[in-house]
Design a protein around this ligand. Structure first.
Ligand code: RFL
Ligand code: PHB
Length: 389
């Protein structure tokens, strides 16, 4: 089989890249280890920044997002006895949208199907070959056990943090920070108890109240690494959330409800550079991971492929290599900005047990919430910088 761009991974990076390439007249084939049902249902990110929404909209993927997503003007930042609203629209003129990654995935899969572009699900043994030549190819086993070969002008490694692409870049430089805590995430069939997200600092640990719809809430608790999600009863989870989110303070109540999903997510920052080797280009989690506190992972994946699609269209359809040659360096500027923001949000909001850290965190939170300069800095980063910075 031959195509112009072979894409490894049908997450948001791979599917959106395939969509944008098709709009630029470049064909692609997407290879994915999991089934379509699995990739369409995986529970992950929930927040789209302003520039992600603009990009999805300009790519013809905005209809359901506008109809079913929920536009938020900002977030609440809180610590015991105090809750402050940061209004991103007033501060920066930019809003964010609550629209689950599962919904983005469904929209992208439907768009691929409509365009007649191929996604090959349930492949295994994916290996990359001759990526530094003009004839790179991938070998894989399809779901019937048949070994296949996919040849392309370029390979896009969009296979997340566990895929084979990142290790196909020889002598890559990696940067990593592992945090001493994890997030315990729950999904609950209950109306959100808040109109916009609440990020809460508490001596017991961080908590976040997010949501997926008018009837589904998504909440997170800071827990020690290695926590078994089954070791917490539903009552223990709701009690911890109520304490950390300030139930009964200033008349606010947290409504509990049936928990439909529990998972524990370790937190780390990771950056690999360069994001290109020969005809292999990395995008999304394959090249970088951020802790979820700044809601940047999905948005960075979208920003990468906005750049990469333009670079590959210019290279393949226009025989112009300038954008492809600049891809890694251009993408990394945003990657490091978001890596810093995610690290800053994470270390400002998660308790370490050290009283000195706690006082610094509270001093920083008070400044962010009370100073227009502080609030605007958070708002600019959270609502998102323009795609091309
Ligand atoms: P993905 O989504 O991991 O997709 C990679 C795909 O590659 C497939 N794959 C392979 N395919 C073929 N061959 C192989 N050998 C393969 N190995 C792997 C995988 O099955 C998968 O389908 O990476 P992508 O596309 O780069 O997208 C990145 C985002 O998914 C990720 O950054 C975000 O989900 C991170 N994230 C959040 N980001 C935000 O912007 N806002 C948020 O609010 C937010 N919250 C979150 C998050 C991630 C979370 N988890 C569970 C990691 C909350 C959570 C809980
Ligand atoms: C989510 O809704 O899953 C979510 C929201 C904000 C974050 C992280 C996750 O910072």
């Amino acid at each position: 089989m031959r195509t112009q761009v072979a894409i490894i991974g049908a997450g948001p990076a791979g599917l959106l890249l395939s969509h944008l390439l098709a709009q630029g007249g470049v064909d692609s084939v997407v290879l994915e280890t999991r089934s379509e049902e699995y990739v369409a249902a995986r529970i992950r990110a929930g927040i789209l920044e302003h520039s992600s929404v603009e990009l999805l909209e300009s790519a013809g993927l905005g209809a359901r997002l506008r109809a079913e997503g929920d536009e938020h003007r900002g977030i609440y930042l809180q610590w015991p006895d105090e809750r402050h609203h940061l209004d991103f629209v007033n501060l920066t003129g930019r809003s964010v949208w609550v629209y689950g990654q599962t919904e983005v995935q469904k929209d992208l899969i439907a768009a691929r199907r409509e365009a007649g572009q191929e996604i090959v699900y349930e492949v295994s043994d994916v290996s990359l070959h001759d990526v530094d030549s003009d004839r790179p190819y991938i070998t894989y086993t399809d779901k019937n056990g048949q070994t296949s070969r996919l040849e392309a002008a370029a390979i896009a490694g969009c296979d997340g943090s566990f895929g084979p692409s990142r290790s196909a870049v020889p002598a890559a430089k990696t940067f990593e920070r592992v945090y001493p805590y994890s997030w315990f995430g729950i999904l609950a069939d209950v109306a959100p108890s808040t109109d916009e997200l609440i990020y809460a600092w508490h001596p017991d640990g961080f908590a976040l109240h997010s949501m997926r719809s008018a009837t589904v809430s998504r909440l997170y608790l800071q827990v020690p690494n290695g926590t078994d999600p089954q070791s917490w009863s539903d009552d223990q989870i709701w009690d911890a959330l109520a304490t950390r989110l300030g139930h009964d303070q200033n008349g606010w109540k947290l409504n509990p409800g049936p928990i439909t999903d529990k998972s524990v997510l370790p937190m780390r920052s990771y950056v690999q550079t360069p994001m290109r080797h020969g005809n292999l280009f990395l995008a999304g989690d394959a090249a970088h991971i951020v802790p979820p506190t700044g809601a940047k992972g999905l948005n960075l994946a979208i920003a990468d492929v906005a750049l990469l699609s333009k670079a590959l269209v210019a290279r393949i359809a226009g025989k112009d290599d300038r954008l492809a040659d600049a891809y890694s360096e251009t993408a990394q500027r945003r990657v490091w900005r978001c890596t810093h923001f995610s690290w800053w949000m994470t270390t400002m909001l998660h308790t370490s047990g050290d009283p000195f850290d706690a006082e610094l965190q509270l001093a920083q939170l008070r400044w962010v919430a009370s100073s227009e300069a502080g609030a605007t800095g958070l708002a600019e980063n959270y609502a998102g910088l323009p795609i091309f910075i």
